[in-house]
Design a protein around this ligand. Sequence first.
Ligand SMILES: [Zn+2]
Ligand SMILES: [Zn+2]
Ligand SMILES: [Zn+2]
Length: 129
Amino acid sequence: MEKQRRNTKTKKLVMDVFRHEAGALCHADLVQRLAGKVDRVTVYRILQRFFDEGVVHKISAENGKTYYALCHDCSAGQHADDHAHFYCMSCKTVSCIEAVGQFPQLPQGYIAAEASWFISGYCPSCRAV
Ligand SMILES: [Zn+2]
Ligand SMILES: [Zn+2]
Ligand SMILES: [Zn+2]
């Protein structure tokens, strides 16, 4: 029971970081922001749990890192994050881009298991500089 409560509290801490962040976060970002509160192994476990629960989705960036961002309409074991992701080469942030249309329809006979649509460039705040 005590363990359960502690788990819930730790999950809330991780969730708060996502809520206060505009873009996506990688494991190291979260560990850094939760330093002294949640250790890196726990952060990893919670991310995995959130992914299974349909709370966050994973983004494989071209820099080889995996980022995580909050989902909008996903449920446990069923992700529907068919949007693009944008990597800013200047401030090195990853954002979800929801408004750029749909993924191409696959021809008959193909079944998609995973899709990623990744765009690199400069975000509005970096472009302005
Ligand atoms: Zn999702
Ligand atoms: Zn930027
Ligand atoms: Zn996303």
